[in-house]
Design a protein around this ligand. Structure first.
Ligand SMILES: [Mg+2]
Length: 376
């Protein structure tokens, strides 16, 4: 089988209501933008993948990639990963191309990707992942709402200029919902400068917060420090008992090797669309397993990205939670998954089923391409 066409479509979906992500302080997000990758083959099988877009930065990507990918066997994932790695020399992080190869592989085999990767579980317990800072009352209403959906865990964001403000919210949620599992994400791993003011924690601050959260029975503290501050993480982990999670924007094996070797984290969180692809994520899961670490991939990109990471999660024994991004009215399942025929939902028992169709398990909605596709 040979790749016969490489297409990258820019899609821009207007949000029904503005979304204020903590990771872009001071920014009102009014569109969900992404790059949809389409790989066509001489056997008529098409593979899809998608990566986040801020604007039209992927313009010209088809032209750049085509000479490297056309004519290659899409089943030679490792061979193509070498090509994607070489794009990092140009400052391009194109790992989100790789899952399209797995989509093709799964469709050829007639199996969902997680079965090809060593199938372990068909369903995973979901946690509702918040994206904004909210006042106590608003957040309590949110938790009430997700609880009614059957969801048994919520990840809160800590990103106020004074973390004690965030702690008030966490305490209130803990008090009102003693059964709800809680995680906390500080989003200090990768910082977007130039918009609004964002807090920055030192090891001592992170340790203080971790201690408070441990008393609330929080499951993990995510990204309290910069993604490359291996030494800071090492020191922090020696000081605290609360499990530390991170790695969503780290990429390639060497960065995860350092996170493991320097004993930075308890839970590794690669995103298969950002960290190196599906095969890389599986390798990182193995690395985590060998070191008795947890594995809880980041999924906050788009619906196809969520499906891609679900396929990895289904294939590994050390993944207990799937992040289900949900922050209405801005970030709804419909907005998140607008490019899919059906949004990915949580079942009434609080779990998400690994999509079972061959390949990545989900279908692209042709209307989404037509309606929201833009030429770049
Ligand atoms: Mg995170």
């Amino acid at each position: 089988m040979r790749i016969t066409a490489v297409k990258v479509k820019f899609l821009e979906y207007p949000l029904k209501s503005a979304f204020y992500p903590v990771w872009l302080p001071g920014y009102a997000q009014t569109f969900h933008r992404l790059n949809l990758v389409i790989l066509e083959t001489d056997e008529g099988i098409t593979g899809y993948s998608a990566g986040p877009a801020f604007g039209t930065e992927a313009a010209g990507l088809e032209k750049l990639l085509s000479p490297f990918l056309l004519g290659r066997d899409p089943c030679n994932v490792e061979e193509i990963v070498q090509i994607l790695r070489s794009a990092t020399f140009l400052g391009l992080r194109l790992w989100y191309i790789e899952p399209a190869l797995w989509d093709i592989l799964g469709k050829v085999a007639g199996l969902p990707v997680y079965k090809l990767l060593g199938g372990y579980q068909d369903r995973i317990r979901a946690y509702a992942s918040t994206g904004e800072l909210r006042e106590v009352e608003q957040r309590l209403e949110y938790v009430e709402q997700v609880q009614q959906l059957g969801i048994t865990a919520v990840k809160l964001r800590f990103h106020s200029s004074d973390w004690r403000e965030d702690l008030k919210v966490a305490r209130a949620v803990r008090e009102r919902f003693p059964e709800m599992e809680l995680m906390v994400d500080a989003n200090m791993g990768w910082r977007v400068a130039g918009l609004g003011q964002a807090p920055r924690w030192e090891v001592a601050t992170a340790a203080r917060v971790a201690q408070e959260l441990a008393e609330l029975g929080v499951l993990w503290l995510e990204e309290p420090l910069d993604q490359h501050d291996y030494q800071g993480y090492r020191l922090l982990r020696q000081k605290v008992t609360l499990p530390l999670a991170g790695g969503e924007f780290n990429s390639d094996l060497h960065e995860f090797r350092e996170l493991v070797r320097q004993e930075c984290l308890d839970i590794l969180q690669p995103d298969a669309t950002i960290s190196g692809g599906i095969l890389m994520a599986k390798k990182i899961a193995v690395l985590a397993e060998a070191h008795h670490l947890g594995f809880a991939p980041h999924t906050w990109t788009n619906g196809l990205g969520l499906a891609i990471n679900l396929q990895v999660m289904g294939a590994v024994p050390n993944c207990q939670w799937v992040e289900w991004p949900y922050e209405p009215p801005g970030w709804t399942p419909e907005a998140r998954d607008f490019l899919l025929k059906e949004p990915i939902q949580v079942a009434s028992d609080g779990t998400i089923e690994i999509p079972q169709a061959p390949g990545l398990g989900v279908e692209i909605a042709p209307e989404a391409l037509e309606e929201y596709g833009r030429l770049i």
